[in-house]
Ligand binder design. Sequence first.
Ligand SMILES: Nc1ncnc2c1ncn2[C@@H]1O[C@H](COP(=O)(O)OP(=O)(O)OP(=O)(O)O)[C@@H](O)[C@H]1O
Length: 247
Amino acid sequence: MLELTGLTAGYHGGTVLHGLDLTVDAGSVHAVVGHNGAGKTTLVHTVAGLTRPSAGTVRIDGREVTGQPAHRLARAGIGLVPQGRRVFAGLTVEEHLRLSHRPPRRGDTTRPGVWTPARVLELLPRLGERRTNRGADLSGGEQQMLALARALLGSPRVLLLDEPTEGLAPVLVRQVHELVVTLAAEGLAVLLVSPSPAQAVACARTLTVLTSGRMTLRMSGEDARADPTALRAALELTAAGTATDNG
Ligand SMILES: Nc1ncnc2c1ncn2[C@@H]1O[C@H](COP(=O)(O)OP(=O)(O)OP(=O)(O)O)[C@@H](O)[C@H]1O
């Protein structure tokens, strides 16, 4: 389980995230929806240890890990699928998988699943077909699968997905959502950030709307699926607020 309390972070003395409280249970997807600049990437980077919080706490399965560097957080069970995929253009799929494989410490049996390259290829068979291809030669969808594979090879407890369907065709968007739901069902706590309410509604148990770094709505995925108007209204208000803020 991932638990954020009063999480505050920003850049160069300015604040982007303002005291966010958020929980992601093991076995569930929590989607954070917000417009460009709302602070979604800042949230993900702060949880992953790439941005240092100025206040608040981050806990994984009850253990406080606030402010630890990214490599320690990866060891503690945070897996990050970054925005833009960030695959290496010159490395093959096989090389990516080999370099990303970090088995959990011996004796750590508390992980929801232990991932090996072979198991990743079972889940993502297209990567097996492309194993000798370089990152630069993969399609956007294949690069996204590779980015997911890399995160899984750390056998995470918490999976952070930063706009994982950006730029993908609708059929691939559906595939990514199915994968996300499958991984949560295996016991992972999944935090997904997206500008798209439709995508969040498709796979989340809980939804949070982020507006200028603050939570402005929280609701269950079930309620949002039954009646998406509240979610849409919160995002429209956000857009109006952003326009006002900008002048
Ligand atoms: N490295 C940085 N240095 C300074 N300011 C930054 C940095 N990264 C982000 N910001 C600012 O923080 C605010 C939130 O950005 P962030 O990328 O977290 O938003 P986002 O919701 O992920 O947006 P997008 O959907 O465009 O990725 C923006 O005003 C952005 O300009």
